[in-house]
Ligand binder design. Structure first.
Ligand code: IPE
Ligand code: IPE
Ligand code: MG
Length: 251
């Protein structure tokens, strides 16, 4: 589906964010406000995710990263954690039926602590979709930014101990290459719906120069129009990366 907002239909593709991150928050509150169990919110949230991923693909966004389950979310009641993992299993078997969607799926976060059947499905889908070039969608699952940085540091340390790398070769570039997002561009725009204004351990390394857009809508209510709104807001920001605006450079 093409952009719904007229202003965006006319924008040059290079001006669009190449990589969008979304903290899919507010599922529980959405369910509660309807007198439904929290799981119903997660189910609706998963549906919205599928729609938004296709919308991004159709409109030339190259990378989308969604926060689905954090390393801190294990502290929730086991019943909720189990329900989220079951929904994920359902989603993954559904993805297999839609291989023509041309979406490359990747997972960020450590897979080892996850259920064996999930791990197998995740790896299977990562390899089966590797050649798809419509969009790369990263699902951050059992993901925590600090955990990711620690895992990268451990791998670098091991390479140093093994004599494959010198300490001097630890640079921002080699560090980035050891993160779960290795080889991918940093997010330009990070959207957090649900009204919370915090990052909750989402992509701390990669987001140093991302533009944040916080929105009051709950994730299960999030629509293509909301995404348009966030992109428009992004387009009006002045990104300086520590330098100066073009006009300021001249004066
Ligand atoms: C986001 O929705 C999904 C996960 C964190 C797994 P929440 O479950 O956090 O919903 P709220 O924030 O309680 O409304
Ligand atoms: C962030 O949401 C994690 C995901 C959306 C998966 P949380 O609901 O876990 O974040 P906090 O607890 O409000 O910071
Ligand atoms: Mg939440």
């Amino acid at each position: 589906m093409a952009f719904e907002t007229r202003e965006l239909k006319e924008i040059s593709p290079q001006a669009l964010p190449k990589h969008i991150g979304i903290i899919m928050d507010g599922n529980g509150r959405w369910a509660k406000s309807r007198g439904l169990p929290r799981t119903a919110g997660h189910r609706q949230g998963a549906k919205v995710f599928s729609e938004i991923a296709k919308y991004c693909r159709d409109n030339g966004i190259r990378y989308l990263t969604v926060y689905a389950f954090s390393t801190e979310n294990w502290s929730r009641p086991k019943s909720e954690v189990d329900a989220i993992m079951n929904l994920l299993a359902e989603y993954l078997s559904d993805v297999k039926k839609h291989e023509e969607e041309n979406i490359r799926l990747c997972f960020l976060g450590e897979k080892d602590p996850l259920r064996e059947d999930l791990r197998r499905q995740m790896m299977d889908i990562e390899s089966r979709s590797a050649k798809n070039d419509g969009i790369t969608v990263n699902i951050a699952l059992n993901y925590g930014g600090r955990d990711e940085i620690v895992r990268a540091a451990r791998r670098l340390a091991q390479e140093c101990l093994d004599g494959k790398l010198s300490v001097q070769q630890i640079t921002e570039e080699s560090f980035s290459a050891h993160l779960d997002t290795s080889g991918q561009p940093d997010p330009d725009l990070i959207i957090r719906p649900s009204g919370e204004q915090r990052t909750s351990n989402f992509l701390p390394w990669q987001s140093t120069y991302a533009e944040y857009v916080f929105m009051n809508v709950l994730w299960p209510d999030f629509t293509a129009k909301d995404l348009d709104k966030a992109i428009l807001e992004y387009l009006h920001r002045s990104r300086r990366f520590g330098g100066l605006d073009r006009q300021e450079k001249k004066s």
